[in-house]
Ligand binder design. Sequence first.
Ligand code: WT7
Length: 664
Amino acid sequence: MTEQLGNPTLENLLTETRAFPPSPELAAQANAQPEIYDRASTDRLGFWAEQARSLLTWSTPFTEVLDFSDAPRARWFGDGQLNATYNAVDRHVEAGNGDRVAILFEGEPGDTRSITYAELQREVSRAANALGTLGVTTGDRVAIYLPMIPEAVIAMLACARIGATHSVVFGGFSAEALFSRIIDADAKVVITSDGGYRRGRASALKPAVDEALAKGETTVTNVLVVRRTGQEVDWTAGRDIWWDDALAAEPDTHLPVPVDAEHPLFILYTSGTTGKPKGILHTTGGYLTQCAYTHLNVFDLKPETDVYWCTADIGWVTGHSYVTYGPLINGATQLLYEGTPDTPHKGRWWELVQKYGVTILYTAPTAIRTCMKWGEDVPDQFDLSSLRILGSVGEPINPEAWMWYRRVIGADRTPIVDTWWQTETGAIMISPLPGVTATKPGSAQVPLPGIVADIWNDAGEPVGKGGGGYLVLPEPWPAMLRGIWGDEQRFKDTYWARFPGIYFAGDGAKYDDDGDIWLLGRVDDVMNVSGHRLSTTEIESALVSHPSVAEAAVVGASDDTTGQAVVAFVILRGEAVGRADEVGEGSDVVAELRNHVAKQIGPIAKPRSILVVAELPKTRSGKIMRRLLRDVAEHRPVGDVTTLADNSVMDLISSGLNAAPAAD
Ligand code: WT7
């Protein structure tokens, strides 16, 4: 049972035969009907042009659809111009929908705000004017470091309105991580808050910005500070400005700046296989087209009646595409919730679904598994009958969690859309369509109409039905990344070199006998912890930056709740070994190292366990054999050790591990 809570194994996928067709009522009224697949495959580029024209308003219409002559950098709708914020806000007001609620905000302490599209337009206009007053112009970068409050969305939209490129940094990242992202993007302004509410208390955010900016020279001239908690904050005169004061001084009208379709809309950093996070670059026209198209069809959104809720933080790509851009472009009403699912009680999410009549819920498998652990009597206390579509994203969803989600949350009635995509793809790529597809527990199933995906073997040959291999995206798509900020070569090497000229996603996948796709997790040194991407190398670098550590190896071990968990193996330096006379989990050194990782990267990167070892398993050429460490971390018999330089090492590590107390 516990085994099955982790990522799906090949065996349980192969035996999964259940399928759930949509109800006739849902199918009849769905935005996407079966013909859409044919229409898209008959004329793929024509199909995307049609989506771009019908879903977005262009200030200069495009005539060119795709130019891939400078591959791998694509140009979509390249000669068109538009403004993202005009599309997300103003045009809804102009169409007479200014009174429709855009954002229903619920703070963790229970404070609420309801913001209509007309109010959003005024607020975003003031913020855009305020950025202009600070000297921010088209092409500049702005870092956003905020909790999940409406100002996070407003700040993103204010940037887009003037053509400034935003770089949102997850509020859970450390000052160190914020600093490196500010430096990499040469941000001119940072937008932050005094703090936010988390787990029943006010936690501070501004000190991390102060600390980041004190680490070295930056291009930051001003820090805008949203007042959320009323905490005392240190103030740097001339640099720091209260958001409220800045906005109050500005008019509430502002003309959105039309930009080229390929103008950089945002940079979002994500972990790769090396230590340095990659600044994934997304541009405007293609990205917005695919966000709007997927949001409308995958969630079957009816903007007049649905109440949509995506639980992701805007610090991740899901928050960009399915909190800020997709829903607002489509004129949706959405819930924005600041806090955690278990504050003040474990039924908070379900209470919110009941209170706001949420109809579409989009969340991550790790959250579903956590709720499973808390027991179904928790959601059972609330009326969840408003729900009609459930979405999943971030990692493979195991069939047990999928079934629980459908039965307990969806009353055995709602389709589940398991959506596969990445920071790099910008928007959903593989997913069932809720009114068309008979859904299967644990499978993302089919590329969306207009998207081409395939599974290839090592030699770059399609594996066909029943086969397994690497997930590839053989054709360009509108929301694809346009590069890695400031590192063209890394962009080419990371995604386009494994199979020359073809996008390699880094995921393993398998076709079942019906030709449906089952995602099997990463095939590189990238871990997926609670749907968040972490790099083994980045955590290893953080560990070896500690004076007590001589060497470190990190692996992602399967975990019942978080999918994978960070497990680190460290060799201590001579002096430190003395300090760790008992080197078990509870030792001072281990606690210190866990905190060190949190400080270097952020609490999400904290290893679940750190094992102090005398040696690491290495090949004769000196490469660490993570595969063997994963065996140890997952309490499996250690696999083939014949390529080890010294095969007694594994006995040493295993015996040390068994002696250590269990991880928390
Ligand atoms: C990686 C991308 C996409 C937004 C959240 C994560 C894994 C994502 C699924 C899914 C199986 C999934 C992949 C992918 N992943 N969704 N439905 N089924 N795996 O974005 O941080 O860029 O991570 O998350 O491994 O490569 P990200």
